[in-house]
Design a protein around this ligand. Sequence first.
Ligand SMILES: Nc1ncnc2c1ncn2[C@@H]1O[C@H](COP(=O)(O)OP(=O)(O)OP(=O)(O)O)[C@@H](O)[C@H]1O
Length: 731
Amino acid sequence: MSNDTNVDGPPEDATEVAPEAEQPQEEQPQEHPGERSLEDDPEDDRSENVDERGESADDDDPADDDPSTDESPDDDIETVEDLGSEVDVDPGVEIDDEHAADDLLGGLKIDSTDDIEVPDRLVDQVIGQDEARDIIIKAAKQRRHVMMIGSPGTGKSMLAKAMSQLLPQEDLQDVLVYHNPDDGNAPKVRTVPAGKGEQIIDAHKEEARKRNQMRSILMWIIIAIIIGYTIISPASILLGIIAAGIIWLIFRYTSRGTDAMVPNMIVDNGDQRQAPFEDATGAHAGALLGDVRHDPFQSGGMETPSHDRVEPGSIHKSNKGVLFVDEINTLDIRTQQKLMTAIQEGEFSITGQSERSSGAMVQTEPVPCDFVMIAAGNLDAMENMHPALRNRVKGYGYEVYMDDTIEDTPEMRRKYARFIAQEVERDGRLPHFERDAVEELILEAKRRAGRKNHLTLHFRSLGGLVRVAGDIARAEDREHTTRDDVLQAKQRSRSIEQQLADDYIERRKDYELQVTKDGVEGRVNGLAVMGEDSGIMLPVMAEIAPAQGGGQVIATGKLQEMAEESVQNVSAIIKKFSDVDLSEKDIHIQFVQAGQQGVDGDSASITVATAVISALEDIPVDQSVAMTGSLSVRGDVLPVGGVTHKIEAAAKAGCDKVIIPAANEQDVMIEDEYDEMVEIIPCSNISEVLEVALKGEPKKDSLVDRLKSITGSALDSSAVGSTSGSNPSPQ
Ligand SMILES: Nc1ncnc2c1ncn2[C@@H]1O[C@H](COP(=O)(O)OP(=O)(O)OP(=O)(O)O)[C@@H](O)[C@H]1O
């Protein structure tokens, strides 16, 4: 690309026309976050870029240039606090402050979500994620890259879109590609202010039209003369027809040449009302970096000029805007390297991506791609990202981890009510939600958080529930969505994992594998979570046999590592409280009907421990009990995730009692129907677990009897030491 972004006409000798529309443009300094080599010190580069951009005096403070320095005295960047009034529900909605704390809607006095005003700016619609919002606002001002890591559906792409609304619109440019008469395979590239591109194209087209019109007139005059001549002299009629044909072909051919001089506008920001936002998630190289189409007629006058075959990539379309790449690690390494070059240079030539295509012979002048990149993904995305690319983002921007839950406060509940209004408005067809429907959804947000006094920030799935509930009301032509619709929607919008889990329970019933009140040695009902929100009951069986060689842990299925870990934890307790020598035993563990998914070693460790102790001591386990919890080497039951879903799974499977870690008691948010079906028994240590799970009295001085001396939990500071100090010696 020419450094000169002035367009006093198309590039010299690129075409012979100079439409009036092409006025000189002030040279635009390149504003891209990275302009130097990878080896350069990012700190230096950061401050230098700001200088180059000639930002105002208040930006001269070096602290401003350091993304790690969040505040500076003269920092005029909007923070979440600055935006406080804008991000809360519109003050027009009355709030009952007195009862706000006890009200599910945080004191919001509304009949339906109709009454709630939705803010215009996307950034003000974002709920929770205060740190990420703060960073997006700052990064938009400073034009920094951002890496957002976190669970799906928590607002990463929403924040990226919000950032594009915050970027200045005045900087936008159109990009034109011109034919290069000196080298047909090296099209020229020019940038003009947004909107001007269309004028240039129109001017070129008008010019071409006029030329073609003149040519046509000339052609028809010549043809008319020839026809006139042949009429006068019929003997040469054949000659006349041939001559007319040749002239027609010559004119047609030359007019194609005139059309070919019209530039190709590859980036058109004429209609943009905000900086561009390009989602390049899962894009292949061509879509990301640009491409040149193949031309089957490569010569002979039928060919399409190379500049007309140039296609921009997302990196070019997002020039002066935001390039959002989710799961960035899925881009192959070469593409990641090229992306890095683009970030570094702020411009990137377009060439054909397929080696076998004629497009591969074409390479344009560099095309501007001065975007702000928002890279997103989960933790894996970060691990598998090209290290140099990650450094680039880190060196010239921010990294932020998205929250999964947020504290449940009256203000937050009001925002959740606003979230429903936002989703209804976004969809455009859903009926607004009645007050008690909103309450039910807020309760669901609390349930899904799986954490006491918190609300889930997994908004995509919550939004799904809003849409299904709204669709139910819409199908019945109702004006508002009711609580019943939300309850029905919860049934209908079961995830695949939930459907699988329910199917699994049904099948167990077919085979009469229901829960019984019998006692079975070495068999314990474990609990696991599938996907995000489905619990499943998976029995664990243990069998102890004399060792053949050194004692070992043998697990069936793919869960060997997990079984070993759980047995190692319980073996520490067994060693301490009994004289059983585990090195003389083989411990066989079977996770009945479990795949790899859903069972994580930690949360099954009290299940494995109970199964092993039961098998070792020949004491049966009550089959109407299910359990989840992680076991410490000192016998404490430690908290695990997904207790609510696990309890519901145990209830559905027909269990009477569920053992959960005492520390998880506060996280339980089960639905009323399940509450009546199972008794929840919080336990702090293995002794309490065995007390509930084992049937019958242990023999005096047996392992189970000795384990009774464990009291309290190491988690409870008052009980620290109680698991060790008072323990009797196994001897
Ligand atoms: N923090 C939030 N505040 C308000 N709405 C949200 C929030 N997060 C997500 N949403 C809603 O959920 C939808 C999906 O969110 P988004 O696409 O931003 O998630 P994501 O984190 O990018 O997920 P993924 O990684 O799967 O793409 C949004 O369009 C919006 O309607």
